[in-house]
Design a protein around this ligand. Structure first.
Ligand code: 2HG
Ligand code: ZN
Length: 483
């Protein structure tokens, strides 16, 4: 019978009614069709259900919702742009948790060129914030493939990474202040653009990357930087990841800390984008085993900057480190080179079933990790295609697999657990991380338990209990539910 396997909500009807009254007209969604997009993640890997989607439009209303849920012991799943790779913003099956969408909290509260800061609410989409910074001639140096849909609250709550981390750091490095609704409904107001504030524990750090398990981030103040006046972008062909690591060192020596982006792209990814992305074109006549998208930027105008960048690449060609390189001579050419990197996830999705591993090791150990990982996967999943790409400058690779050409996706899916375990064991043997930038969510709770230092796990659990004693905030994400 349709709907038979849909668990009945245990959230009391009276509590739901009180929430709706508090949220007011336009502040909630309840029908199955309206709830559906909030109950499934964008990769359609995690599906749960919720009796109510709350859409508060102010911090006071978020506080009201949380206070009521705390009183009634109702679980809350905060959600922003729903771009999590780990099911971090998807409710679990069972219908015990309300979904708290921050989408209506979209005010940019302040942008200050004098303070080099921007304060905005959790539901603001990253692209809007970048535009607001650039309107006062400043740069918000966060750059994500999902910047057209990812929202500030989710970005802060997952400590998002992206393609400018090499120069500017992860989200954590950009957050100056936070406003958070605590699990009892109080508002922690630490929204300031102060650069120096050494007054005891730096509490905001607890909420950055906590994936909504300690409270709801409702607003944040971010650091801004001077806009780049000179930009140099290259797509570089080379023979090995080791050559890429060495190239990064020599670019740093030649160009200092102007190197903003250094992304590794394997040949197979270029073939994928060539097949599936309109306008994606191999910029070289000959194939290369590996490629790097490199970009350097300078805030002060300098006509010689691009020439210096090209000279550094020419020197690398001379030394045999680089096989070939093209530099962008216009904004359109730059966009075309960036597209070869940014569209890899969508192109990979079109090549059938895939397994993703978001790993990091120290950059110097990346080449040996890639070699050992390739050998391991050839043994475990012969024919499957390794698509190892990403943020080489940060030691972070998306060590992904695609089903064999011609397709045996079912077989790959059946082996997912064994492959994940083998890859993560290899990461651990290299002293690396099993989640470099995508977080834990619900996908990697077991992996965190397996690989995390027991003392660190114990501290995490104590922090969770101390701040959220009733376990209502995003239950079962990051840490296993205590119930
Ligand atoms: C990227 O770097 C994203 O493009 C997505 O983090 C990675 O799809 C992936 O595996
Ligand atoms: Zn990434």
């Amino acid at each position: 019978m349709p709907g038979m396997n849909r668990p009945v909500s245990t959230v009391p009807t009276a509590a739901l009614q009180a929430l709706k009254d508090m949220l007011g007209p336009g502040g909630w969604l309840e029908s199955a069709a309206d709830r559906e997009p909030y109950e499934i993640d964008f990769r359609r890997l995690h599906r749960g259900n919720t009796p109510l989607v709350a859409l508060p439009d102010s911090t006071a209303r978020v506080a009201g919702v949380v206070e009521l849920c705390a009183r009634e012991r109702i679980g809350i799943v905060p959600q922003g742009g729903n771009t999590s790779y780990c099911g971090g913003a998807t409710p679990r099956p069972g219908g015990h948790e309300i979904l708290l969408s921050l989408r209506r909290m979209r005010k940019i509260r302040a942008v200050s060129a004098q303070n080099d800061s921007l304060t905005a609410e959790a539901g603001c989409v990253l692209a809007e914030l970048q535009a607001a910074a650039s309107a006062v001639n400043r740069l918000l140096p966060m750059s994500l493939g999902s910047e057209g849909s990812a929202t500030l609250g989710g970005i802060v709550s997952t400590n998002a990474g992206g393609t400018a981390v090499l120069r500017y750091g992860m989200t954590r490095a950009l957050v100056l202040g936070l406003e958070v609704v605590l699990p009892d409904g109080r508002v922690l107001n630490q929204l300031s653009a102060l650069r120096k504030d050494n007054t005891g524990y730096d509490l905001k750090q607890l909420f950055i990357g906590a994936e909504g398990t300690l409270g709801v981030v409702t607003a944040a103040t971010l650091r801004l930087f001077p806009q780049p006046a000179a930009v140099a972008t290259a797509f570089i062909g080379l023979g090995t990841p080791a050559a890429a690591v060495e190239l990064l060192g020599s670019l740093h020596e030649a160009l200092g800390d102007t190197v903003t982006t250094f992304e590794l792209v394997p040949r197979v990814a270029l073939e994928f984008t060539g097949r599936h992305v309109a306008g994606a074109r191999d910029p070289f006549g000959e194939p290369h085993a590996w490629y790097v998208l490199a970009e350097a930027t300078l805030a002060a105008a300098d006509d010689a900057f691009v020439a210096r960048f090209e000279a550094a690449l020419a020197a690398a060609i001379e030394r045999g480190l680089v096989e070939d390189a093209v530099t962008a001579a216009s904004g359109a050419q730059r966009d075309a080179l960036w597209r070869l990197r940014e569209t890899i996830p969508e192109a990979q999705a079109k090549e059938g079933a895939s397994l993703k591993h978001d790993i990091s090791v120290e950059p110097a150990r990346l080449p040996s990790f890639i070699e050992a990982g390739r050998a391991l996967l050839e043994r475990l999943a012969p024919g499957a295609r390794l698509v190892a790409y990403g943020h080489l400058g940060d030691g972070n690779l998306h060590f992904n697999l695609s089903e064999p050409a011609g397709g045996d996706g079912g077989r790959l899916a059946g082996q997912a657990d064994a492959i994940r375990r083998a890859v993560h064991d290899l990461v651990a043997a290299h002293g690396g991380s099993i989640s470099a930038e995508h977080g834990i969510g619900q996908l990697k709770v077991g992996e965190l338990e397996r690989y995390e230092d027991p003392a660190a796990l114990d501290l995490m659990r104590r922090i969770k209990r101390a701040i959220d004693p009733h376990g209502i905030m995003n239950p079962g994400k990051v840490l296993r539910d205590s119930e």
